[in-house]
Design a protein around this ligand. Structure first.
Ligand SMILES: [Zn+2]
Length: 362
């Protein structure tokens, strides 16, 4: 056998082995395979209400349509609904449902309302401190659901949805999942704009109780203003609600694709690198920390790499290697490695010679 062919074959076998083993052992954590769909309000809580149209009905329909799309295209994804019919589910219970299921994503679906009928469009919220009275207004409206729970002052430790002072707790709150949630929210806004042709009011932050204690990335989508007559008409139509559901589904798909690419390829790195090492004699070389490798070209954005900056991408034998930092000595690289390992536990040091990545020679 020609030596080059033999070599290529070995690399190929290694990629296959790495792929199958990562699928076998890590089916649960490696790909996005669970999502919570939270239809806002329900039962005795109608949410916003204009005439006979209620927010609870609009958002339940969108939630069910969205769930159906996910179940149909991704049968391996576990879709968890906080409600599937017109029942009242307390906010704390929605959080418990999501956390008990160990879900990887939380999507809360709502429709907006404000005193100015000319205001329209979609906005997606992540947990955080509100930067405007307008954002606070939305949080107040959605948190008011707890007033319908009889033990709310005990359950939510005296939180008063209508009192701005109560929102102080959100000021110092920093969610572990904030970056991923912002990324998710931006994807959702993009698809609502492009696929459902909704007016994009942007990604915003406010103190939502339903997002406060979830242990996964999550966002709250306000799919349109019921206080705007034309948007109310739009949301009143079942085929339009299907469009909105499809747009959110496309957003889910994009988020899942990036999620799966990031986590699946991390494992295959080491083996590929070890086999494809081609020592090249050169006097200039640096050290770096390899985080992941992938046949896909992933944008060097910190949100794609667990918040890390100083990212570099090298390509060898059709595989992109994603690295962090550039160091003149292996000692410097080593001192940074333990820090990086907290985010990427399989990260390792590589030597970079003229753009070619190899394992450091001992
Ligand atoms: Zn709502």
């Amino acid at each position: 056998m020609n030596i080059y062919l033999k070599y290529t074959f070995l690399v190929f076998v290694n990629i296959l082995l790495a792929l199958t083993s990562s699928f076998a052992q890590n089916n649960l954590s490696n790909t996005l395979n669970s999502v919570v769909i939270d239809a806002g309000h329900g039962g005795r809580d109608p949410g916003a209400k204009i005439g006979r149209t209620t927010e609870k009905r609009i958002v339940l329909d969108i939630a069910l349509k969205l769930g159906q799309l996910i179940e149909r295209e991704f049968p391996e994804v576990n879709v968890i609904y906080t409600r599937k019919n017109d029942t009242f589910v307390p906010l704390y219970k929605r959080v418990t449902i999501a956390n008990r299921a160990n879900a990887q994503l939380f999507l809360s679906i709502h429709a907006n309302y404000c005193g100015t009928p000319s205001v329209y469009g979609t906005e997606t919220f992540v947990l955080g401190n509100h930067k405007s009275a307008d954002n606070l207004r939305v949080a107040k409206k959605e948190n008011a659901a707890i007033l319908l729970e009889k033990d709310h002052s005990v359950r939510y430790e005296g939180f008063d949805p209508n009192d701005p002072v109560s929102y102080v707790i959100f000021e110092l709150l920093q969610s572990r999942f904030q970056e991923q949630s912002i990324n998710l929210a931006a994807i959702m806004q993009k698809h609502l704009k492009l696929d459902a042709r909704r007016r994009d009011r942007g990604v915003k932050q406010a103190g939502f109780l339903v997002l406060k204690n979830i242990s996964m990335p999550g966002a709250l989508l306000e799919v349109g203003f019921m206080s705007n007559p034309s948007e109310l008409r739009y949301l009143g139509s079942s085929s339009n609600r299907s469009r909105v559901a499809k747009a959110i589904f496309n957003g889910f798909k994009q988020y899942k694709k990036a999620f799966d690419a990031r986590s699946n390829y991390g494992k295959e790195e080491k083996k590929v690198v070890q086999k494809s090492t081609t020592p090249i004699k050169t006097t200039t070389h640096t050290y770096s920390i390899q985080l992941a490798a992938s046949r896909k070209k992933i944008a060097l954005k910190s949100y794609n790499f667990k918040g890390l900056k100083k990212l570099y991408r090298y390509k060898s034998r059709k595989v992109y290697k994603y690295c962090f930092g550039k160091y003149n000595s292996i000692t410097l690289a080593n001192s940074e490695l333990s820090h990086v390992k907290r985010k990427y536990k399989d990260a390792f040091i590589v030597e970079v010679n003229n753009g070619i990545v190899s394992l450091p020679k001992k």
